[in-house]
Write a protein that binds this ligand. Structure first.
Ligand code: GRF
Length: 202
C-alpha cells in the first residue's frame, strides 16, 4: 500500500479532502501520520477522528530542528504532502525525499508566492494587484520556497465583488480537487519530471 504523511499547520480542509478521497475510493493509499507544527491546528482533530496517528510539534520551541524531527517521526513513507503547512522544510528531509514532497499553494505560481506569502495575504495581494484570474498550484518541493516543478494548476476568476475572503473560499474549493488528483497521478506513476516541467502521462 502506498504510504503518505500529511503535514499541516491550520484548519486542515486540504487534509480532509485527502481523507475523503481515500474513503470514497478515489485514492488508493494510507495516511501513515498527520504531522502538525502548530499545537492549535484544527486539522489535528480531523485526523484523530479518523484514528490516524498524529504527531504534534511546537515550531516556536524547535525552530531550526523541526525538519529533522519530522523526518525522524514519520518513518519511511512514499510521499509527503504539505497541506497548508507553513514551515519551510530544510536539510536532510529535502534530500531524502527529493521529488517525493508536494505542496498546495493558493495562487498560480510564480505569482503571489515565496517567503511570507501564505493564507489570506495571498488573496489580498491578488485582489490588490488587479489580476483577473488567480487559482491554485500543486508543486514538488525543492530547497526554495514555492519554486519546485509545477504538477497541476487550476484557474479561478477574480470577480469585481470579491473580497480576500470570498476569493479564498473559491480557490480553496479548487485546492480540494487538485491536491487529491496530484496524489493520484503520483501513486499511479503517471508523472515524469523534466527539469522544471512536469509531464502527466494520462
Ligand atoms: C490553503 O489555502 C493552502 O493552500 C494554504 O493554506 C491554506 C490551508 O488550508 N497553504 P487548510 O488548512 O487545508 O484548510
Amino acid at each position: 500500500m502506498f504510504k503518505i504523511a500529511v503535514l499541516i499547520s491550520g484548519g486542515g480542509s486540504n487534509l480532509q479532502s485527502v481523507i475523503d478521497s481515500i474513503e470514497n475510493g478515489f485514492l488508493n493509499c494510507k495516511i501513515e501520520a498527520v504531522v502538525s507544527d502548530n499545537i492549535k491546528a484544527g486539522g489535528i482533530e480531523r485526523a484523530r477522528l479518523k484514528g490516524i496517528k498524529t504527531i504534534v510539534f511546537d515550531k516556536r520551541e524547535l525552530k531550526g530542528s523541526l525538519s529533522d524531527k519530522i523526518l525522524e517521526a514519520i518513518g519511511e513513507v512514499d510521499l509527503i504532502v504539505l497541506a497548508g503547512f507553513l514551515s519551510i522544510l530544510k536539510g536532510e528531509i529535502i534530500k531524502r525525499y527529493k521529488d517525493r514532497i508536494i505542496n498546495i499553494h493558493p495562487s498560480l505560481i510564480p505569482s503571489f508566492c515565496g517567503n511570507g506569502m501564505y493564507g489570506i495575504k495571498v488573496h489580498e495581494k491578488a485582489i490588490g494587484s488587479g489580476v483577473k484570474f488567480t487559482g491554485c498550484t500543486v508543486h514538488f518541493v525543492d530547497d526554495g520556497t514555492d519554486t519546485g516543478p509545477i504538477i497541476l494548476q487550476r484557474v479561478v476568476p477574480v470577480m469585481s465583488f470579491d473580497t480576500p475572503k470570498t476569493l479564498q473560499s473559491r480557490v480553496l474549493e479548487e485546492e480540494h480537487k487538485i491536491l487529491p488528483l496530484a496524489i493520484k497521478h503520483i501513486i499511479n506513476n503517471k508523472i515524469e519530471i523534466n527539469g522544471k516541467r512536469v509531464i502527466i502521462h494520462d
